[in-house]
Write a protein that binds this ligand. Structure first.
Ligand SMILES: Cc1ncc(C[n+]2csc(CCOP(=O)(O)OP(=O)(O)O)c2C)c(N)n1
Ligand SMILES: [Mg+2]
Length: 405
């Protein structure tokens, strides 16, 4: 091996230009490098934050920061409702900690316009971040999650079945496994119709062990579908570390085996996520087929609801009584919370001169007020009634379900 490297180095040196022409060669190489970076076709050197996000307008970058904050304050407010309000019926698998993933990906998508032109997002059982980043009406989502009849889905969807096709948020999915297959079906239809739309699926590390993961990647590669598979590797599925069910350290290795371009990103850094997503979207729109993005991330709360959390504070610590296999060490949770996606986005925007500290704080205050108003409106909406229970189905009668009045 060493010998091979040595001989190839000698061969390369023999071909190298002389020192005078080498300077010219280096100048040319530098110029070419500059051209490559200004055309924005690839990220800069390893460890650099990449080109695409640097090219964004201040307005777009500020919008991404606002989206991260909206998700964060939605989650925190909902957790507080669950902890303090006995009349609150809603629940969620909280997305706090992972905000930069949904925000960075959706910022690279087409989210507005006619239904047959916008990009489609398929979500999971942890959907509120994806929904907000795709642009759903937040007050209506709040109402929906509390089973209100004027909610986004008439109170029928609640936490795990929200959807809003008008912005391309095709919806949450309570089952672990199928969403990537359904998303690849959308991607197939885009290709069949000759549309340049892109389908995105967000799925956790837990999806690796489902057969759908493998058939989706295989088929989307065979058919060159415009599909972006975003694997949110937050290290755990429910209470089990992903190493219990996956032999790879990077799940992206498994996607690479299907011949799919892969990108591993720091899921706490919205700029890194955006850069990877933009490259994937450009590839898909141009007919270049699927991309697999693995975002390394972490959730601040426990798997479901707010056990271990305190009202008014971010995060959940200590033993989750629902845990059956393992639990997350408190030091691990605190270490990840040191790399908070809100703080990272704020710092980048201030470093880049997009915002100053006061401007960033003003946005945060505006978002807190917006989310407070969303909850005030959502939780004042009429509840579903037993008569609503069997609407839109063939059966008649009422449903004496516990969530009614
Ligand atoms: C088919 C199926 N099996 C089991 C479950 C129960 N379940 C809900 S969430 C979850 C773990 C999901 O983990 P992951 O995909 O890593 O997503 P995360 O919760 O970390 O966001 C499981 C097993 C389910 N919803 N569907
Ligand atoms: Mg997980």
């Amino acid at each position: 091996m060493t010998h091979d490297l040595e001989s190839s180095r000698r061969a390369r040196d023999a071909d190298a230009p002389s020192s005078e022409s080498r300077r010219g060669f280096l100048k040319l190489a530098a110029l070419t490098g500059a051209m490559v970076s200004t055309t924005g076709t690839r990220a800069l050197a390893d460890g650099d934050i990449g080109f695409f996000a640097k090219d964004l307008s201040d307005e777009k970058l500020t919008g991404m920061y606002r989206t991260i904050l909206r998700i964060r304050w939605h989650e925190r407010t909902q957790a507080d409702e669950m902890l303090t309000n006995p009349d609150y019926r809603g629940y969620n698998h909280f997305y706090a900690g992972q905000e930069a993933v949904a925000t960075g990906v959706c910022a690279a998508l087409r989210n507005g316009g006619p239904f047959d032109q916008i990009d489609m997002v398929y979500s999971s059982h942890r959907p509120s971040g994806h929904a907000i980043a795709k642009g759903v009406d937040i007050p209506k989502m709040v109402a929906e999650m509390d089973f209100r009849s004027t909610g986004m889905n008439g109170g029928y969807g609640a936490g795990m079945h929200i959807s809003d096709p008008t912005v391309g948020f095709i919806g949450a999915d309570g089952m672990i496994g199928p969403a990537p297959v359904i998303a690849s079906g959308s991607a197939f239809s885009f290709r069949a119709r000759g549309s340049d739309q892109v389908a995105v699926v967000f799925a956790g590390d837990g999806n690796y062990a489902a057969p759908h993961f493998h058939s989706t990647l295989n088929n989307s590669k065979l058919l060159d579908l415009p599909l972006i598979y975003v694997c949110e590797n937050n290290l755990y599925h429910q209470y089990a570390h992903y190493s219990y069910s996956c032999p790879h350290k990077d799940i992206a290795e498994a996607a690479a085996a299907y011949g799919i371009p892969t990108e591993i990103v720091d899921g706490q850094d919205v700029v890194q996520v955006y850069n990877a997503a933009k490259e994937a979207v450009d590839r898909a729109r141009a007919g270049g087929g699927p991309t697999f993005i693995e975002a390394k991330t972490y959730r601040d709360y426990n798997h479901w609801g707010a056990p271990g959390a305190k009202a008014g504070e971010l995060g959940a610590f200590g033993y989750d009584p629902l845990a059956i296999t393992s639990f997350r060490p408190e030091r691990e949770v605190r270490a990840w919370m040191q790399r908070d996606p809100v703080d990272i986005a704020r710092k980048i925007l201030i470093d880049w001169g997009v915002l100053d500290d006061a401007g960033a704080t003003t946005i945060e205050e505006e978002v807190k007020a917006e989310i407070a108003a969303a909850f005030e409106w959502g939780l004042s909406q009429p509840l579903c009634t037993p008569e609503d229970g069997l609407k839109h189905v063939f059966a008649t009668g009422t449903v004496p379900a516990r969530q009614f009045g």
